[in-house]
Design a protein around this ligand. Structure first.
Ligand SMILES: Nc1ncnc2c1ncn2[C@@H]1O[C@H](COP(=O)(O)OP(=O)(O)OP(=O)(O)O)[C@@H](O)[C@H]1O
Length: 688
């Protein structure tokens, strides 16, 4: 069979050319190939020698191979058509280094790329020894990777150039192979057709994707517009067409001010202002237009939300949450009371509502802890999210754990198939209210601490960490500090929970509010026209209400049920023995057994402590000294359990919230208010 010798400079070029030629000349001509890099053959005689590049012929080693009667063809080369699609993906105007071993080879390739029509790129030659090279981050190379400068980020490898059909014809002529010429040029063309088919396929994929994207944009319920920085429209979906009364098909590529006859809107879209949202009216329809930049400010996207539809959607989401019982029922307006103590507490709570911080509500049973938690959620940025209340005293520890954290399929015997989503996950985007946190076990406390620290949970039996976006409000009627002393509540959890705190005043300390509450409960009952005698109000105001507002409400409900002639009278008031005593968790009607006792109410320990602190402050002031945390702590030295300065601080916070003291810095120190003096004189003998 006919044979010729191919001599190339590098191994890569030799391999690429042999692969190309073997595919085309297979069955007609055999090739023996060598490269300077890998080693050349001995002296050649009577042979056709094809040399890959004129520079190769200049190499002295090549001359030593060329013996007598050798016919030399210097190959003409063209860019490898198999790889040029990589270049087509670079955006027009891209600056790219063309990297090869000399200026000459760089310029040849750049020239042939341009001749092939791949001229949308701005090629900058780069070769060894070049001075003051430009720092361009994209490089194109036929394979000279070792020459690519370090600052280059993206490399497009187009492989060594291939042999041109004219050189292949020269080889065929040499062997007088005219007959198979057609077959051979068909083989050559087939490769090129394969490439154009590949490009066409890519084009088809891009077209399909584009159509899919347009379908998606048209399927969206909001209007969507994209414009270039200069105001040329690039996206305009069908919904926007409906809203503005414009056909979307005719507007792409046009200037925004020629399409939208709404100067204020055009101004809003084109002006560089920082404003992101604005309301606009389009005929009968009102929409919120939201704008944001894209591609480093190259374009601007605007969405148009139909205001009425958005409100309807929000309403139906709320109904959905309501169905599940995940809504907060109360707002601050539902919190009845005008006394100083409750007004100050409400004012503070409203401010705390606006933060995202964890909050602990402390207060005796029935003081309205759940009501406050609900009102705080509704006044927070999370008001539209779910509000879930969990009561730790109501459920067993194991059940509570699976309720809160959920579990994976098969986590334990009896677990529901498919697993269960926990309350923390369900509360995502909203608030979870952990009521009676003092009743949680130490094991659960440890898990809760981790949730507070990491803001993530893991389902029981699961291994996946689930991030949660939930605000935690906890509440307790227990003295958590005492529980910490007794080792039944974790101190670290206490501090994590009490980042913010609200201490709710007992009803005893705000008896001025009792008439208001009575009227409110009657108004909201089924007997709203019932009246109350002054004597009844006076009597109810004088009662101790250890069950607080809940006990008062239950009492009124009871009286409304038994009263006659639409009037609450003295005889409707339950016997005193029916009222909840201090330390008795059962309340009238709301609780279980009632205890018979005529003993005077026992003042609670915490209340005693507060009274004694006030008394101590009074004594310090009478001595002409300034009551401050240290002097107050010292005044408790004789107590069975003296208070630390830190403990004094938390008690002073409570007293301040109730309006009994005013805290001042400096020489005025902390002093009693009139309400504080009045409270003190109404409780003569606290137990020390
Ligand atoms: N300031 C208030 N205004 C109107 N109603 C109130 C107020 N405070 C409490 N209530 C009513 O008192 C009852 C008890 O309130 P809530 O359940 O919030 O108390 P709580 O402190 O969470 O009680 P517990 O500690 O027993 O769980 C509810 O019926 C509530 O509507």
């Amino acid at each position: 069979m006919n044979e010729f010798v191919l001599l190339a400079g590098s191994k890569d070029t030799r391999t690429a050319l042999v692969n190309q030629l073997q595919e085309i000349l297979d069955g007609y001509v055999r090739i023996a190939s060598y490269s300077i890099e890998e080693g050349l053959p001995g002296l050649l005689h009577d042979q056709l020698v094809v040399i890959s590049h004129p520079l190769v012929l200049e190499d002295p080693a090549i001359h030593h191979c060329l013996g007598s009667n050798c016919k030399v063809i210097i190959a003409k080369r063209i860019i490898n058509y198999e790889n040029i699609d990589k270049l087509l993906y670079l955006p027009a105007g891209t600056n790219a280094l063309y990297v090869n071993d000399s200026l000459e080879t760089c310029m040849e390739s750049i020239d042939s790329l341009k001749k092939l029509g791949i001229d949308h790129i701005h090629y900058v030659p780069f070769y060894p020894g070049l001075q003051n090279a430009r720092k361009i981050e994209i490089a194109v190379t036929p394979g000279a990777f070792e020459l690519i400068p370090e600052h280059v980020r993206d490399v497009v490898s187009i492989g060594p150039r291939l042999m041109d059909i004219s050189t292949i014809n020269q080889i065929l002529d040499h062997f007088h192979l005219n007959e198979p010429g057609d077959i051979i040029s068909q083989r050559y063309l087939r490769k090129i057709i394969q490439l154009s088919k590949r490009l066409a396929d890519t084009n088809q994929i891009a077209t399909n994707l584009n159509k899919h994207l347009n379908d998606v944009l048209d399927g969206v319920n909001d209007g969507i517009l994209t414009i270039t920085r200069e105001g040329k429209i690039t996206v305009f979906n069908e919904e926007l067409g409906h809203l503005l009364g414009v056909s979307p098909k005719q507007v792409i590529g046009r200037q925004i001010d020629q399409v939208i006859a709404h100067p204020e809107l055009v101004d809003f879209l084109l002006s560089p202002s920082q404003e992101e949202n604005r309301w606009f009216a389009f005929g009968q329809v009102e929409a919120v237009v939201q704008r944001f930049p894209l591609n480093k400010d190259q374009s601007l996207v605007a969405t148009f939300k139909n205001a009425r539809k958005t409100i309807e959607l929000e309403r139906s989401l709320r109904t959905e949450l309501k169905k599940k019982g995940f809504v907060a029922k109360y707002t601050f307006d539902d919190l009845i009371g005008e006394s100083r103590a409750i007004t100050q507490t409400k004012t503070a709570a409203k401010k705390l509502a606006k933060t995202e911080l964890t909050l602990l509500i402390q207060g005796e049973s029935g003081t309205g802890k759940e009501l406050f938690a609900s009102a705080i959620h509704n006044a927070s940025l999370r008001e539209k999210g779910p509000f879930l209340a969990v009561n730790f005293s109501a459920i067993s520890e194991d059940l509570m754990e699976s309720e809160l954290f959920g579990y994976e399929d098969g986590a334990f015997t009896g677990a529901k198939k498919g697993g269960k989503v926990g309350l923390f996950e369900q509360a995502n985007g909203g608030t979870i209210f952990l009521d009676e946190i003092g009743d949680s076990s130490l094991k659960l406390q440890a898990r809760l601490l981790r949730v507070l620290q990491e803001k993530e949970i893991m389902r029981i039996g699961g291994s996946k960490i689930i991030p949660i976006d939930v605000r935690i409000i906890a509440a307790t009627n227990k003295n958590l500090l005492q529980m910490i002393d007794q080792g039944t509540f974790r101190e670290d959890l206490y501090h994590r929970l009490r980042v913010l705190f609200v201490d709710l005043p007992s009803l005893r300390t705000r008896s001025d509010d009792i008439p208001l509450l009575i009227r409110q409960f009657i108004r909201h009952s089924q007997h709203s026209d019932v009246t109350v005698t002054a004597g009844v109000i006076e009597k109810l105001v004088s009662l101790p209400w250890y069950g607080n507002v809940r006990e008062l409400k239950n009492t009124i409900d009871y009286m409304l049920a038994i009263c006659e002639d639409n009037m609450l009278r003295m005889e409707d008031i339950p016997h005193e023995s029916s009222f909840q005593r201090r330390g008795d968790s059962s309340g009238l009607l709301g609780g279980a057994a009632r205890t018979q006792t005529n003993a005077p109410p026992v003042i609670p320990d915490e209340e005693d402590e507060l009274l004694l602190i006030l008394r101590g402050m009074q004594a310090i002031a009478e001595r002409g000294a300034t009551p401050n945390r240290r002097s107050i702590a010292e005044s408790t030295a004789s107590w069975a359990r003296p208070l630390s300065e830190q403990q004094v601080r938390s008690r002073l916070d409570v007293l301040e919230l109730r309006g009994y003291i005013v805290k001042n810095r400096g020489r005025f120190g902390t002093r009693l208010t009139e309400a504080g003096h009045a409270w003190l004189s109404s409780h003569k003998n606290p137990r020390g």
